[in-house]
Write a protein that binds this ligand. Structure first.
Ligand code: 5GP
Ligand code: MG
Ligand code: MG
Length: 181
């Protein structure tokens, strides 16, 4: 498409998701962890990740939103849709599309702990450490896994949107600033 540059193709994404499924604590934890995706952005990543493992695990979604500009979160996300599964005394793998400032992850992590999660690991598809405001490595007591380090561009696709568009693209592209400025 004319208004985007592709950063990671469908094939590269699939290969990296397989690696993450094998090395993250999805495999080998006992009892099996609970996968919690952050909707909506993580929906494709969750779907791909859980299909790479060959045993049964619970999967649920939580929704966190911040009243923000179109390309930046404001630091005060709220939980607008909560879990149904009971995570008390369970290990949770929190699955995110992208960690940017870290405010969303930090908020969701506290929420999961308040619901009794025994430990929380984070598996984010993209990580933009250059924009971090909250040190998410210190937020959790579990592990932190990421698919790719993302340069400081506003990206779309593979679940991620701009004004609810582009989520269905099977690749990750850079949305050129003239399309949102
Ligand atoms: P944070 O709270 O870490 O600043 O931002 C987390 C959320 O902001 C992500 O889950 C995502 O919804 C949105 N976000 C941050 N960076 C990008 C980006 O480059 N592209 C898109 N589409 N969303 C982003
Ligand atoms: Mg997200
Ligand atoms: Mg969004």
């Amino acid at each position: 498409m004319i208004n985007k540059t592709i950063l990671w193709s469908e094939g590269q994404i699939s290969g990296r998701v397989s690696e993450l499924a094998a090395k993250s604590d999805l495999v080998g934890s006992s009892p099996a962890p609970i996968v919690v995706g952050v909707a909506i952005g993580a929906f494709l990543f969750v779907a791909d990740l859980v299909r790479k493992i060959d045993f049964s695990i619970p999967v649920d979604f939580i929704r966190a939103e911040s009243y923000d500009s179109k390309t930046e979160s404001n630091g005060a996300p709220i939980i607008s849709f909560d879990l149904k599964v009971d995570i008390n005394a369970r290990h949770v793998i929190l699955v995110e599309d992208i960690v940017d400032t870290g405010h969303t992850l930090s908020r969701v992590f506290k929420h999961l702990k308040s619901k009794g999660a025994s430990s929380v690991s984070v598996c984010t598809f993209l990580d933009k450490p250059s924009r971090r405001k909250v040190d998410v490595q210190l937020v959790g007591e579990g592990k932190f896994y990421r698919g790719f380090e993302c340069p400081d561009y506003f990206v779309v696709g593979y679940g991620m949107d701009f004004a609810e568009q582009y989520r269905n693209l099977p690749y990750i592209g850079i949305l050129k600033p003239e399309h949102y400025k």
